[in-house]
Design a protein around this ligand. Structure first.
Ligand code: HEM
Length: 436
């Protein structure tokens, strides 16, 4: 569609209330229909956000991801997460403050540091596999959630087996379970107080305080730990980290970043894994190729294609700052949120997009940084992407080595839950014989 200089992008002329229903009841179908009708940049309006702009084309997404950190703010777009994550969370900060925090948090997520976590991931997979029943069907999603939480507890928090790890895990689940089940309602309640009851808010705040008490105790212990320098968990590295002015993270900053890593890192990866098995168990061709080959490249392609075909997060947000933002010939006013649509790009930019075809990532012209965007992009790209990809590869490989799973239901349906796109029935599977 031709863009007219300086105007707002086109969009459906429907009242916000009607659009809100469309977003709640059939978001996929509504967004696709609007994209077909209005093009690659579309203005929407709902009761939650009176005006926002979705982007579906990789070249235009590139303009958004490459914009300077002072022009587009992601922290503002993530503000709804503040009650859980805390206002010093990297996800909520912008500009200089965000860059400082990001530099402090980046080192543990790279190279040698990261490969130290592979064994932990394999052990967590073994534990999950050993807990599965034989001969009766079960739901994979909760098992994957336990697995990824276990990985975070050990790699991020540095816990060994023991009562403290079990107690913190229990408190975290008590805080997050009600929020993730009813995230829309509860977060809106917490942010505006308009939709929730006082009781819901109070009970959440009590549970958060129980988590915080334990985390602050752990921070105090860790600051005193004699073996801090030798430990390879992310918590200890963050305690030791110093910025360019030699400043360490405060207790509050540490708390917020630890909770952020936990929240950002475990449900997302568990969902990615559940989808990987759902797709594999319904695709004998890909499954056979993966089982028969001893090929890390194909495994990597399977993981990437999973996140392409079933992106866990449907889109990311950036709010325009300072002056109107020029986007593909349109002008987006200050204060308006631009949403690169991950789901939209993963559909439009791929031939035969409904097919599960890992080979896409092995062909001569594989998808690039702006075509494959399950982890967002630019200075806000997911810090845990290499961690998540390694965890998915390790767990898929281990399950294939040890277990024979079969699908116990048709391919699962995509359901939007909070900010993630989960398998509606949690992926029903069956294990026919005991694992090796
Ligand atoms: C399959 C699993 C995962 C998916 C799909 C995912 C996706 C995302 C997305 C879409 C963003 C926002 C990016 C943007 O705004 O451009 C993000 C940010 C982030 N993710 Fe992940 N993530 C995953 C796993 C993880 C893991 C394992 C961790 C850490 C242990 C993690 C930590 C973070 C952090 C700290 C940010 C904020 C980055 C910033 O604002 O600078 N994520 N993730």
């Amino acid at each position: 569609m031709a863009a007219v200089n300086g105007t707002a992008p086109p969009g459906p002329p429907l009242p916000a209330l009607i659009q809100t229903f469309a977003f709640v009841l059939a978001p996929g179908r509504y967004i696709t229909a609007c994209q077909r009708r209005y093009g690659d940049v579309v203005t929407f309006s709902t009761k939650f956000d009176s005006n926002f702009v979705m982007v579906f084309d990789p070249a235009i997404v590139k303009q958004v991801f490459q914009a300077g950190p002072d022009r587009l703010h992601a922290g503002k777009a993530n503000a709804l997460l503040a009650p859980v994550l805390g206002d010093r969370s990297i996800l909520l900060l912008d500009g200089e403050e965000h860059l400082r925090q990001r530099k402090l948090m980046l080192p543990p997520f790279h190279g040698r540091r990261l490969s130290a976590y592979e064994d932990v991931m394999r052990e967590a997979a073994d534990r999950a596999i050993d807990s599965w029943p034989v001969g009766e069907d079960f739901t994979l999603m909760p098992s994957m959630q336990m697995l990824t939480l276990e990985v975070i507890m050990r790699t991020v928090f540095g816990f060994e087996e023991g009562a403290r790890k079990d107690e913190l895990t229990r408190r975290i689940r008590a805080m997050l379970d009600p929020v993730s089940r009813r995230i829309g309602v509860v977060l809106l309640a917490l942010s505006g107080g308009r939709f929730g009851t006082r009781r819901v808010v109070e009970s959440f705040e009590r549970r958060r305080a129980e988590v915080d008490t334990m985390i602050f105790e752990e921070i105090a212990r860790r600051r005193e730990a004699p073996d801090l320098e030798e430990r390879d968990d992310i918590f200890s590295m963050l305690v030791l980290a110093r910025d360019e002015d030699g400043r360490a993270l405060s207790d509050r900053e540490l708390r917020d970043e630890l909770v952020t890593l936990l929240v950002a890192g475990h449900e997302t990866t568990a969902t990615g894994l559940a989808w990987a098995f759902d797709l594999l168990l319904h695709d004998p061709r890909v499954m056979a190729k993966l089982r028969d080959g001893d090929d890390d490249e194909y495994l990597d392609a399977v993981v990437k294609e999973t996140l392409r075909a079933r992106p866990v997060i449907p889109g990311v947000g950036r709010v325009v700052q300072e002056e109107p933002f020029a986007l593909n010939g349109y002008e987006i006013p200050v204060g308006i949120e631009i949403n690169p649509s991950i789901t939209g790009v993963h559909r439009c930019a791929y031939a035969r997009h409904t097919e599960f075809r890992p080979e896409r990532f092995l062909e001569p012209d594989p998808p690039d940084t702006y075509t494959w965007i399950p982890f967002g992009g630019g200075v806000r790209r997911c810090l845990g992407a290499p961690f998540a990809l390694m965890e998915m590869r390790t767990v898929v490989r281990r399950v294939l080595e040890r277990a024979r799973l079969e699908a116990a239901a048709p391919p699962d349906r995509v359901l939007r839950r909070g900010i993630t796109m989960v398998p509606k029935h949690g992926v029903r599977v069956i294990q026919r014989r005991p694992p090796s």
